[in-house]
Design a protein around this ligand. Structure first.
Ligand SMILES: O=P(O)(O)OC[C@H]1O[C@](O)(COP(=O)(O)O)[C@@H](O)[C@@H]1O
Ligand SMILES: [Mg+2]
Ligand SMILES: [Mg+2]
Length: 303
């Protein structure tokens, strides 16, 4: 891959750092998956967003923190579960990269044994930064099969990640040019309907007539359905929470980057998610993402 580096880092390094980061994520994935059965309970702590942290969240965060900070060229590691960035050595933007992760996305699905994931963004600027500073993004989906989707300037690929009996990890590319289907089929919208704005509710009523509801409560799983079948996913602005629920640096930006590289679009309701200027690393943002035509209609409906 050839990732440009607008901030003055060595462009030749971007590809190898990104590759090494996703090698580390893939190596860790089977270990995270295997550890989940015993970690379906609350850890008793809250994270920087004030949310209850599950034992699985903490375990995944520790494992990924160790693996990613050990990658040459990673200068900073930032996690949804940590208040502050971890200095991994190397100046971000001057040849080193900042990696942001949501270690377990959808971890409230642990109790009910539904899909979950890990979200990864590789930025060439210190965080908080906009999504335009991403050089690559990806996610692992712990579904019936463990898959990893990786997007960079070259496009989007999907791999299957498997653990051998001897502990080795094998990967096989199952799709090397993932594109959103032109004819959308599914939608999934988060939040309680009474908490939606009138404008979003009116849009949802239209979409319900056209597409099939698929909502599983883990952004990664729900977005993966949109990437597979076409459609739209949203965690909208709520009447009492105008910034919605999802976090810009760890969730919205990486997902927007992936979906846009796959031919789709992503907005906060007004501007492209990748252009949203963050004030802090744990900022939340409304997210509407999927086929361009559906996202454009959403923007018009909210206008
Ligand atoms: O339970 P709700 O309100 O439907 O929220 C679900 C959303 O919250 C999240 O679980 C938030 O992510 P975390 O589990 O990483 O905090 C998303 O994956 C998902 O889209
Ligand atoms: Mg999440
Ligand atoms: Mg999480």
């Amino acid at each position: 891959m050839t990732a440009p580096d607008a901030d003055g880092g060595d462009p030749a390094d971007a590809g190898s750092v990104v590759e090494a980061v996703f090698d580390a994520v893939a190596e860790t994935a089977p270990e995270i998956r295997a550890a989940l059965p015993g970690r379906r309970v609350k850890s008793g702590t809250e994270n920087a967003s004030g949310e209850s942290v599950m034992a699985g969240d903490l375990y995944a965060d520790e494992l990924l923190g160790d693996a990613i900070t050990a990658v040459d060229g990673v200068g900073s590691f930032v996690s949804e579960e940590r208040e502050a960035a971890v200095d991994a050595g190397g100046a971000v933007g001057e040849g080193a990269y900042a990696v942001a992760i949501d270690p377990l996305d959808g971890s409230s699905n642990l109790r009910s044994n539904n899909a979950m994931g890990t979200v990864v963004g590789v930025y060439d600027a210190p965080l908080p930064a906009t999504g335009r500073d991403l050089v690559a993004a990806g996610y692992v989906l712990y579904g019936p099969i463990t898959t990893m989707v990786v997007a960079d300037d070259d496009g989007v690929r999907e791999e299957v990640v498997e653990a051998g009996a001897d502990g080795s990890v094998s990967r096989s590319v199952v799709e090397d040019n993932l594109r959103l289907p032109d004819d959308p089929l599914v939608y999934g919208f988060g939040g309680r309907v009474p908490d939606w704005t009138d404008e979003f509710t009116a849009y949802a009523r239209e979409i319900e007539d056209e597409l099939k509801l698929r909502y599983g409560g883990a952004m990664v799983g729900d977005v993966n359905q949109v990437l597979t079948y076409g459609g739209i996913f949203a965690y909208p602005a709520l009447v009492d929470a105008p910034d919605g629920k999802l976090r810009l640096s760890f969730e919205a930006n990486p997902i927007a980057y992936i979906v846009e590289r796959a031919g789709g679009a992503a907005t906060d309701g007004e501007v492209d998610i990748l252009d949203v200027e963050p004030e802090g690393v744990h900022d939340r943002v409304p997210l509407y993402v999927g086929n361009e035509e559906l996202v454009e209609r959403l923007k018009a409906a909210l206008d």
